[in-house]
Write a protein that binds this ligand. Structure first.
Ligand SMILES: Nc1nc2c(c(=O)[nH]1)N[C@H]1C(S)=C(S)[C@@H](COP(=O)(O)O)O[C@H]1N2
Ligand SMILES: [Mo]
Length: 334
């Protein structure tokens, strides 16, 4: 094994596991009376070896099946979205991932290659004029694809700047034709425990779900991702269809979507079910509102040696602050 030099942005596993899973596991295991096993599972060092391995292999994995949308890329860049900072190295953005379906550590890109991407359908249902099941290739080929460089700020305080390809989420809402009473969009990731080892861990509330208001979904910044770095989006980054909400913490940007349900009930997300005190519905980036267990004032860009200040709404306040007028009483920033 070669010697790896751990970059300084390589956060210790405990800090890099946002999502309070060690705590959730601990309490579940305790309540099951399995204290000794619980302690071993809960040890923050459990994945240290895996994390160390990551930094020797920052090359994007290659997929053996050709993606049937490859011919669409690269797409036209929309110059209105420049990212404002240097792009993150493609090798880093595609090998340092959060995708709990494939494990609670960052090196899931190899395991994620098992996910079959075709056939893949997307359901549009709930409070809509007519329920639809849409084939992913039909969907992608009918949408106006463009490239946008967006900042991404994980709640764990690492960040990246990536060139996503895709289409405005407003286009998907238009296609779904929600009824007047619909207020929210509930979104779901695939469920396939045979290939997604994380989904065999029953203490998580699978499938991964997220939600936004219709106003958020139709804000021009809300972006459905089908590609990245001028190619179809790789499995580990949420193929074949994921969300990018650059003004919110990264966990809202749900991957590998199979269902959009329009509803008048506010959705409860995967992380909110696990730890409602730490992860709420709105989760807008705000450097002045700390996570209960760490500060959100600064962030570590992937590949960088220095922390930089975090900005309100991740720097997108001009575009989105208006969405939250009149909601000041809500927990908008966790
Ligand atoms: N289905 C699903 N979507 C998910 C996650 C996940 O574990 N499962 N992790 C989220 C988190 S915490 C982040 S920061 C981003 C990471 O996206 P990336 O791996 O493309 O950087 O995906 C988000 N979407
Ligand atoms: Mo995240």
């Amino acid at each position: 094994m070669p010697n790896f030099i751990k970059p300084r942005w390589a956060l210790p596993e405990r800090a890099a596991t946002p999502e309070s899973i060690f705590l959730a596991r601990r309490s579940l295991i305790k309540s099951a009376g399995l204290g000794v096993i619980g302690a071993a599972l809960a040890a923050p060092s459990a994945h240290a070896g895996l994390l160390d391995n990551l930094f020797g292999a920052n090359t994007p994995p290659t997929d053996t099946e050709p993606d049937p949308t490859t011919d669409l890329y690269p797409v036209q860049r929309n110059e209105a979205y420049t990212g404002g900072r240097p792009l993150t190295d493609e090798g880093l953005a595609t090998t340092y991932n959060n995708f709990y379906e494939f494990g609670s550590h960052k090196r899931i890109y190899d395991g994620a290659q098992k996910l079959p991407l075709r056939p893949w359908t997307v359901i549009l249902d709930g409070m809509v004029e007519e329920e639809q099941t849409v084939d992913i290739d039909t969907l992608i080929r009918q949408m106006p694809l463009e490239e946008r460089i967006y900042r991404h700020r994980c709640v764990e305080a690492w960040s990246m700047v990536v060139p996503w390809s895709g289409f405005a989420m407003a286009e998907l809402v238009k296609l779904a034709r929600p009824k007047a009473g619909a207020k929210y969009v509930l979104m779901q990731t695939f469920e396939n425990p045979q290939v997604a080892s994380g989904q065999r861990q029953s203490w998580y509330p699978w499938p991964y779900t997220e939600g936004v208001t219709i106003e958020e979904a139709t804000n021009p910044l809300a972006f459905m991702v089908t590609g990245v770095y001028g190619k179809p989006v790789p499995k580990q980054n949420g193929a074949p269809l994921r969300l990018a909400l650059p003004w919110k913490y990264g966990f809202k940007s749900i991957k590998s979507l199979v269902r959009f349900t329009f509803t008048d009930q506010r959705p409860v997300s995967f992380w909110e079910k696990l730890a409602a005190n730490e992860y709420g519905f709105w989760a807008n980036v705000n450097p002045e509102v700390p996570h209960p267990r760490w500060s959100q004032a600064t962030e570590m860009p992937l590949g960088s040696e220095e922390r930089i200040p975090t900005q309100l709404f991740n720097g997108y306040a001009d575009e989105v602050a208006g969405l939250y007028k009149g909601l000041e009483g809500e927990r908008l920033y966790t």
